[in-house]
Design a protein around this ligand. Sequence first.
Ligand code: ZN
Length: 153
Amino acid sequence: MNEYDIISLGLGIQPPWRIIGQVLDTSRNPHELRIKIKADRGSKYPCPVCAKMCKAHDFQEKTWRHLNFFQNHCYITAKVPRTKCPEHGIKTAKVPWARKGSRFTLLFEQAAMVLVKEMPVMAAARIMGITDKRLWRIVSHHVERAISDLDLS
Ligand SMILES: [Zn+2]
C-alpha cells in the first residue's frame, strides 16, 4: 500500500478514478497541497439520473477543498466527465468524494458538521480555514437534508 492508496481510501476513490499526483505549493501561505485525480482513459461513467454506463461527452476541470494536511490547505483537482446518456442527454457525472454542486469534499463537510455541533459557526469556520458564509452554506444544506429525511407523517 502506498501513500496514494491511503488517501484514496479516505476519499472513497475507486476505479476508474485514481490519484495521479500531488504537489505542495509553498508560494502560498498557508502552503497548499494539491492532489490530482484522473479517470482512466476510455472509462464509462454512470448517468447521474438513470445510472446507465455512458461514454464521456467532454471533461471539465473542477477543484474541491479537502481537509487540511497538517497546517497546509489541501485541494483536489479532477477532470469531471459529462456523460452522454441516450435518454437523459449530457449531464455532469457524480464524483465519489463530493456531493453535487459542492466545492468541498464530503470529508471536509463531515468535519465541519462535527465542529458546528460543538461550537459557534464563526469559531468552527476559523478552525476549518473558510469564511463563516461558506460554512453556513454547508450547514444549511445538511440541515435541510436532515429535515427532508424526517418522516413527518
Ligand atoms: Zn440516463
